[in-house]
Design a binder for this molecule. Sequence first.
Ligand code: R5P
Length: 226
Amino acid sequence: MNQDELKERVAIEAVKYIKDGMNVGLGTGSTMYYAIRYLSERVKNGLNIKCIPTSEKTAEWARTYNIPLTNFSETHHLDVVIDGADEVGPNFHLLKGGGGALLREKIVANATDQFIVIIDESKYVNQLGKFKLPIEIVPFGYEYTIQLVEALGCKATLRQSNDAIYVTDNQNYIIDCDFGMINNPKQLNNQLISIIRVVETGLFIDMANKILVSQSSSGLVEELNK
Ligand SMILES: O=C[C@H](O)[C@H](O)[C@H](O)COP(=O)(O)O
């Protein structure tokens, strides 16, 4: 079973947690693309939901697939949030932001008591940090921000897109930081967000309640609960 098939399998399982009348947070990324497509089938068959997207890309997909959207001025609490991740480590701490959407993803995940993360088994790790940690920073004075972050023990690379600096949906920049293996994600997250110029990090500490993992050997989806 290839990785796209694994993504589709786990996405389909996650969408089953969405029930009639719910307010739903929709994450960002290629795994979520499958979830959105499957969810659109259920909406077509009468499922009544309203969704808050975590990125302009997800909002565009939702509109394309006729999924009703809402926003935080209408709704403050979400019944369930579904999102992918770049790595899931011990205690369900997550490393996210490969798609540049970490800030809105964290805001949306923070608005629910049921945050479901969907991954294939290659992303389930013993220690976070093989994937470079994305950090969203304000553009103002970004060169010095990079130095301040590197002083915490990493090599930081300013994310680029089409030969220009990558700009997030929030008009900020992303630095991808190689800290090596991260021994204490909670402490590192606290150190990083104490830098005023850092908006948010891709470390999601104590946020996920449920991880759905698709297994490459069997194609089965394992459910892990906190
Ligand atoms: O900013 C992007 C997100 O954190 C994604 O959830 C993460 O990068 C996983 O994306 P994918 O499902 O494409 O691997």
